[in-house]
Design a protein around this ligand. Structure first.
Ligand SMILES: [Zn+2]
Length: 229
């Protein structure tokens, strides 16, 4: 928890710096680009991910959350591309390729964990860099870190608004680090009270619905911000 708190402070400071930088930038010219979201259900196939307390594999949880979120977004007219639709093995490069070929306005990489509390949002720990014509594959996210922090801020607000604990952090994220779009890794953990007792487990349908609708609300807000002149 100490590490998470430290990272939280770091990410919060970076988030504040990012919002100042965003304010100083000129508004984008021309008509808004098509708004498309990539949902990356982490793990799958040969890679089960972690094991959840009810015996379910993380890969099953992330796929179910991805499917649920896709239908919430589709119902609101948002185009969604997924990195997998079934229990398939998809390597990390392929996930980044899907994101990069679809020119996504946002990419959410979905994970689950029994440790920690609420929802953990991770942005890439790559140092922010200027966009380059030919970005190196492994560090393509560097040019997008500032936008990814802004996306994490919108996700943070929506989750807090839904009464869900949020931890912000940064990490080396092999798939996300190669994505050339605003990208956040989202790890769902059980909801806990201040004494760390579980108040809603990962298999709680009400909690799953609350997390999915908060994430959908955040994407709608992100679309609104993207369309703002
Ligand atoms: Zn995972």
């Amino acid at each position: 928890m100490v590490t998470l708190e430290f990272r939280y402070i770091w990410a919060f400071a970076a988030l504040m710096a990012a919002s100042h930088m965003a304010a100083a930038q000129a508004p984008p010219a021309g008509p808004p680009a098509r708004f498309l979201v990539v949902l990356d259900a982490a793990h799958g196939g040969d890679d089960p991910g972690g094991r959840l307390s009810n015996g379910q594999a993380e890969k099953t949880f992330t796929l179910a959350l991805g499917v649920r979120l896709r239908s919430l977004l589709a119902a609101r007219g948002i185009q969604v591309v997924t990195t997998r639709e079934s229990d398939a093995t998809v390597n990390l490069n392929r996930r980044a390729e899907v994101a990069n070929h679809s020119n996504a306005a946002a990419c959410l990489s979905l994970h689950a964990s029994e440790s920690g509390s609420g929802v953990h949002l991770f942005v890439s720990s790559l140092a922010p860099a200027e966009p380059a014509r030919f970005a190196a594959w492994k560090t393509a996210q560097a040019a997008w870190v500032t936008r990814s922090l802004a996306l994490a801020g919108v996700l943070n607000s929506a989750l807090l608004h839904a009464g869900i604990n949020v931890t912000l952090g940064s990490a080396a994220l092999p798939a996300v680090d190669s994505m050339a779009c605003p990208a956040v890794a989202i790890e769902i953990a059980p909801d806990r009270d201040s004494s760390h007792a579980v108040t809603a487990g990962l298999d709680d349908p009400g909690y799953q619905a609350r997390v999915a609708s908060a994430l959908a609300a955040a994407i709608l807000e992100w679309r609104t911000e993207a369309a703002r002149p």
